[in-house]
Structure formats: structure tokens, C-alpha cells
Design a protein around this ligand. Sequence first.
Ligand SMILES: Cc1cc2nc3c(=O)[nH]c(=O)nc-3n(C[C@H](O)[C@H](O)[C@H](O)COP(=O)(O)OP(=O)(O)OC[C@H]3O[C@@H](n4cnc5c(N)ncnc54)[C@H](O)[C@@H]3O)c2cc1C
Length: 457
Amino acid sequence: MTTTPDTGALATLTSGCPVHLPGDPGYDAATTPWNLSVEQRPAAVAVPRTVDQVRDVVRAAAAAGLKVAPQSTGHGAAALGEHSLEDVVLVRMHELTGVSVDPAAGTVRVLGGTLWQDVVAAAAAHGRSVLHGSAGDVAVVGYALSGGLSFFARRHGVAANSVRAVEVVTPHGELRRASAEEHRDLFWALRGGGAGNFGVVVAVELGLLPYADVFAGMLLWDRERAPEVVRAWVEWTRTAPDSATTSLRVMSFPPLPELPPFLSGRDLVVVDGAILEDDERAAEVLSPLRALAPEMDTFGRIPAPALLGVHMDPPEPSPAVGDHSVLGELDDAAVEAFLAQVGPGTRSGLMSAELRHLGGQLARPVAGGGVLSSVSGEYALLCIAMAPTPQAAVAGRAAAFAVNRAMSAWSRVSLVPTFAETRVDASRFYDAHDWAALCRVRDEVDPDRVLLANHPL
Ligand SMILES: Cc1cc2nc3c(=O)[nH]c(=O)nc-3n(C[C@H](O)[C@H](O)[C@H](O)COP(=O)(O)OP(=O)(O)OC[C@H]3O[C@@H](n4cnc5c(N)ncnc54)[C@H](O)[C@@H]3O)c2cc1C
């Protein structure tokens, strides 16, 4: 027998916390995720401003027979959007933000809905940086507790390895602090197991990196040059030092007045990233790619916060769909297969087909690390299409899938959680032993399956 969820009771019980029900004036704005291709229609949406409000909402949701889906920005909304949300309270965390840096301890504490751009700015004020991703408006929690691939990754590993402690409201409404000393199994599971599988995270503590500035930038060519550039980059990645973390993208932009002329209406191949060396050594590392005479070369020493602009991510919420796989070594046939999909003369319909270089420290499991302290494979393939209409979303998904399928001879079973745009079998993020242990922690923390993450265990 199914019970009808009592959403009215939810609104009453959480009187201190804004809760919007369908039809309320605030409902549409509060349920709109960063990824505008996803429509979220939960039973209710709560926007807590305090930890106590989070606890009230979680308890009230459980009492009303509803599930709880935490969400910070909705960058990862596509996979969550494949679940029915009709019996779910979406807990949007964007009002619970804040950053405090402890330079002496070399750590930064951020509240549950905080964006990377705010952490990067606060760390930079002390001459430090953090293992942020390419976009400043991604939230710390969704990214770092699902692994997190930064442009420092081949030197420093996944962002989850920099997590020192996590404060989480469990499905029973209890506040737990998980660290190397307290709730150690939960701490292990949270570092890569996806925060939303274990509770609503209200704060995380991260280690700082000693970088005030960084050698970083991009090289850009017309897509006609893709055959030589893709071959050369793949060859270069085989011996690139761990200090260099780069991505290669074949990109297509419609002619739009808001785009700069070097992007508008163009098909391009772009290599970008960071090289953690002094200027002389970094230039030496980059020289084989510079020898290909890019049309633009912005690589140079920049203040650490400027790294957030290097990858040219959309500056505001956007509608996008995508597909992902992890690839092993790429031989000549692999490069040909990639070019046959997105090289000169093709019309894939994708905005971007990206190969993110893995390996280095990413490949080395860390003693005392979490469930995802390393990532296997040589490259993460991520294909993205803009999806302003449902028809464009269908076509975009098919286009992204087609490129991944064309590369399947080189793909691994594993997937990178933060790049998994669609609903996937989450066991593919972990090895079999860790998967079983992770599910045991989930069973202990959430025996009644109150929580709904974007990638449920
Ligand atoms: C433009 C763009 C650039 C990106 N660049 C990178 C990159 O360089 N490297 C990389 O690894 N990834 C990157 N990503 C992927 C990104 O890391 C994931 O989409 C990540 O899930 C986003 O986290 P979020 O909290 O902002 O998103 P959300 O959609 O808000 O969260 C995703 C999931 O995380 C969980 N979650 C979020 N907040 C909480 C919370 N407070 N408590 C409990 N659970 C929570 C939930 O299960 C939620 O469904 C990028 C994505 C985009 C769109």
C-alpha cells in the first residue's frame, strides 16, 4: 500500500525555513537548476538558511513520508532529473554559504552551498589556492565529494583527497562531523561516494594549496588543424609530467553577437590547463604544442583565481546535455575514430568534445583516502551539446552518445562521477570491494532510503 505524502505538514513543521509547494509564487524559481535543460517538479522545495533549518526540513520530510534530494547549484541536475521527484523534497543549499580560511592550519571551512569562486577568492587573499574545477559557479560539495577533477589533478589527485572533515545532517536529522577521528566509515564514504547519498552536507573543511599564481592558459586553432593537433596532443600527453594537467576540446560555436569574434560562428580545437612549474620549465613542457603555431596562445603566469576563466565555461545557467566515458591509451586508430566524429568537415551537433588528461597522481590510490582517492584510465571523454529545446536535447544526447560509442574500443568500464551527466550504474565509479563497503555505509546511515542523490548507490 502506498501512502500519500503530507506536504502540508512539511510546510507547517518547517515554519522557519522557506518551503515552496507547487503553485506557490517561489516554487518555479527555487526549483530551477543551473542546467536549464532539466525541469524539476518536486513535491516541495526547501531553501534553508541555517543548519537547524536543514535538520527541521529533513525530519519533517521523513515524517511526511517524503524523500530528500540535496542540491546546491543544479550543475549536476541532469542525472537527478531522470528520477521522479513527485515524492521528493528538493533541499536547495544556495542560501547556506560562507567561507573561513585558517592560513595557519592550511585549511578552509566552507558552508554547504558555497561556490568555488568564493573559496578561490578567499584562499587567494592568503596567497593560496584549492582543488577547484574549471567553473567558478560549481558548488564545492557536489564536486569535491564526488571526486572532483581540477587543473592541478595530475599533481595533487582528486579534490576529495583535500577534504579534511565533513559536517552532515543525516536522514534522521542528526548533525554528524565526519573526519579521520570521528565517524571514520562515513568520512571514507563521503570522500567520493556522492554527498547526497549520506545526508545534507552543511559544511566541509578542505586543505589549501600553496599557489598564489599559476602558469596556465589555452592554445587555440581552427578545427581544420584538428588532425595534427589531436595527434600531437595525444602524443604529448604520453610523456607530459604530472605537473601538467590539460584538456583538449573540439568546439563549435554558433554565430552569436555576445560571443567574442574568435569564438563566434567557429569550429575550433582548444588545449587548455595548468602547468605547476616555474615559467622556464613550463614553457619547455609546452613547447611541442606551441610549435604547432596556435592562432591564440594565452599560456603564461596568472593569479590563481584567473584559472577559473581559462576553460571558458558558460558564465550563467545554461541548457546542456552530455555523455561521458573513460578511455585508456589512445593509438592512431583511436585518434582517427575521434576525428571521424568531430574533426574537419563533420557536423556532430556538439558544442564540445573534450578529452581530459588523467593519470599522474590521479592514478595513485592515497593511503587514508576516501572511497574515490584515485581515478583509473588515461583520458575522460565528455561530450556536451546545448539543449535549448526538448528536441535539441534529444538530438544532443544522441550526438554525445554517438561519439562515446565510436570510442568504445578504447573505453574502460569505469566512469568519473562528476562527468557522468546521465543516470548510470553508480557501481561503475568504484571497484567491486569498495562498492560493497560503500553500500554497507549507506545502509547504516540511510536504512529507510530517505535520500535521493543524483547518482544513487
Ligand atoms: C560548466 C561546468 C563545468 C564543470 N567543470 C568540472 C570540472 O572541471 N571538474 C569536475 O570534476 N567536474 C566539473 N563539472 C561537473 C560538476 O563537478 C558536477 O556537475 C557536480 O555534481 C556539481 O556540483 P554542484 O553541487 O554544483 O551541483 P548539484 O547539481 O547541486 O549537485 C550534484 C549532486 O551533489 C549532491 N549535493 C550537492 N550539494 C549537496 C549538499 N550540500 N549536501 C549533500 N549533497 C549535495 C547531490 O546528490 C546533488 O544531486 C562541471 C560541470 C559544469 C556544468
